[in-house]
Design a protein around this ligand. Sequence first.
Ligand code: HEM
Length: 416
Amino acid sequence: MTSAAQPIADYVRLLDPAVRPDPYPLFARIREAGPFRIGTAPVVVVTSHADCTAVLRDPRVSVNQSLAKLQLGSMPIFDATKTTAAQAKPSFLFLDPPDHTRLRRLVSKAFTPRVVQRLEPRITELVDDILDKHSAAATFDAVTEFAYPLPVTVICELLGVPLEDEARLSRWSSLLSRTLDPTSRQAAEFRADPAELQRAGTELSAYFEQLTEHRRAAPGPDLLSELLAAEDAGDKLTHEELIATCALLLVAGHETTVNLIANATLALLRRPDELAALRANPERAQGFIEETLRFDPPVQLIPRIAADDLTVGGFAVERGDLVVMLIAAAQRDPAAFPDPDRFDPSRDNRHLAFGLGAHFCLGAPLARLEARVALTRFAQRVEAPRLSTDPPVYREHVNLRGPAHMPIEFATILPR
Ligand code: HEM
């Protein structure tokens, strides 16, 4: 195999579920090859911290997938599901200014660190409720019965989605997050059923249509009612944009945060010294979460489209090329992080796990808060926890990568 073919073969191997528990040796090899093109396709893979940072900050790159020469179908959350009028418009994750600026501004005030901080007592209560449920047991699944329920409850409460609908929303969100994988249209590798995805998108959209009607009649103290007021106030957002924004917040805020809590819990269980230290000093949680975001990121890659010809790390990128930034590789780049394969919560951490620039994750303060509270309460209340199996079983998701199940055993759960 020639040296040009090797990184392509390695890149394709990332799609193999067998690699999911530890893709990092593969990411290291791909990164060492530098930026490369996938054969003759209009797809360039970017892997170093410096190159990913440069692309994320470059005004000549876009999120508008209609500019891409190759319509891979891998980027829009609702790619497989644009069947209703409400979904004809992508969410603002896939819009450039001025639409992006206008829509992001409308929701951003609900996610500032100050506003989010007020949710801490409620999030603590939710985490304690989850742990209480397991107090009579000797084992629980730290993904499905710990990491999973918290983010969906939090985002539903924020948006004003009734609690009894949580299970349906969880299912739609989990299915739709598969459309962020790099292989969505490559049927041979794509294991989710496209018809099922299509149905999930249509149902989610119809659900928010119905909920907006209820909220219009009886507004509540929630984000959906606020967005409806903005819609009524004139040209700030259209009905289609409102539905797309609700769906974005649900999907973007759910699976990612589940993965962060699960990945951080896994990192903690593998490091008994860190567990003891966190138990004694809850302030350590912050550094631990940041290092989890670098070491084992919930979002492994970020796509962009070149809106102009440019060079990245000396490599020519053409207008219309899809640029795939392997964040998970960049975050183990020794040029940016000394001894990158060492998990070090005290390091100076310039990770890219929440992206960078105009589309920097809107929910980062909320995700950090949820993860910090979950990890701290876990360390404080679960006595002598240990993994039943290591490594855990992973979900098939390539991009929003995380464990599917993580059974743990423990001595007892202390009262709150
Ligand atoms: C650990 C959890 C999370 C991770 C790792 C994460 C990661 C990311 C990343 C990498 C992006 C940038 C995508 C790009 O540049 O194309 C992003 C954007 C976004 N995230 Fe998050 N996210 C998390 C949690 C959340 C939460 C809790 C919410 C909200 C409830 C949220 C809402 C959003 C939104 C609305 C955007 C689009 C921002 C824009 O286009 O301006 N995220 N997230």
